[in-house]
Design a protein around this ligand. Structure first.
Ligand code: G
Ligand code: G
Ligand code: NA
Ligand code: MN
Length: 257
């Protein structure tokens, strides 16, 4: 497979980089962090979206070294921001794949990355998708509990699109539900999206955790989410994912930090 061989080469050839999308507190309107998003600049094919190559990386197991590179790079970036800026972002969110989490030495890898990059667990938020919560529930609860013991925060990404069982959602030690952008984009269009978003936000609150909305693109989306007491949001209304230079100029110039 060409793309598999190319993926193997990509890390070596430094073809990966991260973009950073601001995360906004809807209480204060302030940017409180960023989500790190992986980008692959293929030498011939140009920019390839993670939705195209992450599934292949998952199948081949390449997602383990790639994900390790993402975590290490994001954490070192966070450390650099904490050193460089008087008001650094409070948290950096990183997407995890199930394969990474299931590696027998996953917790040792996390500990090594936190130690080597010298960041505190509370600076890091890990995003898992709903489908990751399906099997080996007991083992997963243990691993997530160990992450929490390191003060790492946990989010369930794309909530509402997978098939997580509500019967054990409350057993996972999570901090955020991220409302999938499919439900946000439908707000104000006359369908049932607002009701679904409202239900997910309310579910988060019933569980004693926070809700984040993704894909917030319009003032109507924002007003509805504020009315629903959604705590945080991301989306093109605030900012698209930024390259490193743009993220840094935002950290530097944003008067609200
Ligand atoms: O940024 P973009 O919309 O192209 O991302 C597409 C998908 O790829 C999203 O679902 C996002 O969660 C996922 N993704 C982005 N970066 C990473 C990463 O570093 N690791 C994993 N596992 N998924 C990622
Ligand atoms: O699955 P995940 O939530 O990790 O996906 C994040 C992806 O969503 C990013 O790749 C980013 O490019 C994309 N994204 C971020 N904000 C918006 C938005 O407002 N609208 C749309 N359509 N996509 C967005
Ligand atoms: Na995500
Ligand atoms: Mn998502």
């Amino acid at each position: 497979l060409q793309i598999e061989n190319d993926l193997r080469q990509a890390a070596v050839g430094q073809e990966f980089h991260l973009n950073y999308q601001p995360i906004v507190s809807l209480d204060t309107g302030r940017i409180i962090g960023f989500e790190a998003l992986l980008r692959w600049m293929h030498p011939e094919r140009g920019l390839i979206s993670p939705s195209q190559f992450i599934p292949i990386a998952e199948e081949t197991g390449l997602v383990v070294p790639i994900g390790e590179w993402v975590l290490y790079t994001a954490c070192s970036q966070m450390k650099q921001w904490q050193t460089q800026f008087s008001h650094p972002p409070a948290k950096l969110s990183v997407n995890l794949s199930l394969k990474q989490l299931r590696e027998p030495d996953f917790l040792e890898r996390i500990d090594r990355i936190l130690t080597e990059t010298e960041i505190a667990g509370e600076s890091l938020n890990l995003e898992l998708t709903e489908s990751m919560l399906m099997d080996n529930v007991e083992e997963l609860i243990f691993v997530l509990g160990q992450l929490r013991a390191r003060n790492i925060r946990l989010s369930i990404d794309d909530f509402g699109t997978g098939y997580s069982s509500l019967s054990y959602l409350h057993r996972f030690p999570i901090d955020y539900l991220k409302v999938d952008r499919a439900f946000i984009s439908g707000i104000g269009t006359g369908g049932k999206s607002r009701q679904i978003a409202a239900t997910i936000i309310s579910l988060a609150h019933q569980l004693g955790i926070k809700a984040i909305a993704e894909g917030v693109e319009t003032p109507t989306h924002l007003q509805n989410l504020q009315a629903l007491n959604c705590e945080e949001a991301q989306g093109y209304l605030f900012s698209k994912p930024l390259d490193l230079a743009a993220a840094e100029s935002l950290i530097l110039t944003n008067p609200q930090w």
